[in-house]
Design a protein around this ligand. Structure first.
Ligand code: IPM
Ligand code: MN
Length: 371
């Protein structure tokens, strides 16, 4: 059985039970803005590779997001969450509309999904692809190919804190960063196992010189886990890590870090590899007690929504992470190769041209003699 080098999931293999097609139940949650446009392309690409690799997706759809909230007042009803649990995976576009106040969808929908489905790893590969200059423009492809493993259920995102004395000059707002031994350990273990399947190098990114309590916990756990998993551990303060990501990204292969640091440095990783339009992510439940959620790192981009200008690469590559998670590594590799091939011929200017070029590449892959 093959294991994908990014997600490390076990492959379903090309030859399942003879003549019997595998089916994966995937809920498509297109959301708002460019979300529907980019995930339509991702869906078409997934269906195309499924045909070639002997599986089919049983697509379900789910209307949630800013438009849905404005129309119904619903953010994530319990019954919908219960329904989502029956999927094998969820493909999410983007949520958010300008009229919805900050926090409603972020906490009520995105973070609630991460918490309720125990999506404790946020996997964010940053890979420079052929024909994409990146923000710096001087890097060789082989030097800019790292994966950020972002802890996804704790830290400053956990929701601990509050406001007292609101409206007075003593108004006090606190946000507490929660770091549990079990929560840190399971995330670092995932990252270390991923590193073991790639280069054997793991970097902990934190701020142990200032955040001494959480930093100490993370550092002790990372040291123990790296030794147990047989990987080489290095450490970088988050500020220095930003500098090195720009100046010398070849020092990084697998980075493990806390929730907020991971959020921030993954946008930097995206900028270095072509921009948010190219950045995929997988919110993973590695224990598979529920479906994992795959989404491009970009948001709903209302300024370009409906104009056919959105870059679907991040959504297509997120769908690739999803296929790896579902055990369809060969199909995931085809999506990756198709994105590279399209880029090598010059990045398309519109969503429609992207779709045509990607489906063209995937069609060629399925010709006799194709790889
Ligand atoms: C991301 C986003 C989210 C996050 C927001 C929208 C809640 O920025 O997925 O990176 O902070 O995790
Ligand atoms: Mn973010």
């Amino acid at each position: 059985m093959a294991a994908d080098s990014t997600t490390g999931q076990v492959s379903a293999g090309e030859a399942d039970v003879a003549g019997k097609q595998r089916t994966h139940v995937v809920t498509h949650l297109p959301g708002d803005g460019v979300g529907p446009e980019v995930t339509e392309v991702a869906r078409a690409c997934v269906d195309a590779v499924g045909g070639r690799h002997g599986f089919a997706i049983d697509w379900r759809s789910c209307a949630l997001g800013g438009q849905h909230y404005l129309a119904t007042g619903e953010v994530l009803p319990d019954a919908v969450l219960a329904e989502l649990r029956h999927s094998d995976a969820i493909l999410l576009g983007a949520v958010g509309t300008p009229d919805v106040p900050p926090g409603v969808l972020e906490r009520g929908l995105l973070l609630r999904l991460r918490f309720e489905l125990d999506l404790y790893v946020n996997l964010r590969p940053s890979k420079l692809r052929p024909g994409v200059g990146g923000a710096v423009g001087k890097h060789r492809l082989e030097d800019l190919d790292f994966v950020i493993v972002r802890e996804n259920t704790e830290g400053l995102y956990a929701g601990a804190g509050g406001t007292v004395h609101r409206g007075t000059e003593f108004e006090t707002a606190t946000e507490e960063s929660l770091n549990t031994w079990a929560g840190v350990q399971r995330c670092v273990r995932y990252a270390a196992r991923l590193a073991a399947r790639r280069s054997g190098r793991l970097t902990l990114v934190h701020k142990t010189n200032v955040l001494t309590h959480a930093g100490d916990l993370w550092h002790r756990i990372a040291t123990e886990v790296a030794a147990a998993e047989g990987v080489q551990l290095s450490y970088a303060h988050v500020d220095a890590a930003c500098l090195w990501m720009v100046d010398d990204p070849g020092r990084f292969d697998v980075i493990v870090t806390d929730n907020l640091f991971g959020d921030i440095i993954s946008d930097l990783g995206a900028a270095l590899t072509g921009g948010l339009g190219y950045a995929p992510s997988g919110n993973l439940n590695p224990d598979r007690t529920g479906p994992s959620v795959f989404e491009p790192v970009h948001g709903s981009a209302p300024d370009i929504a409906g104009k056919g200008l959105a870059n679907p690469a991040g959504a297509v590559l997120s769908a690739g992470l999803m296929l790896s998670h579902l055990g369809e590594d060969a199909a995931a590799a085809d999506l990756d190769a198709a994105v590279d091939a399209v880029l090598a011929a010059g990045a398309p200017a519109s969503t429609g041209e992207w779709e045509k070029a990607l489906l063209g590449q995937l069609g060629q892959l399925s010709q006799p003699g194709g790889t």
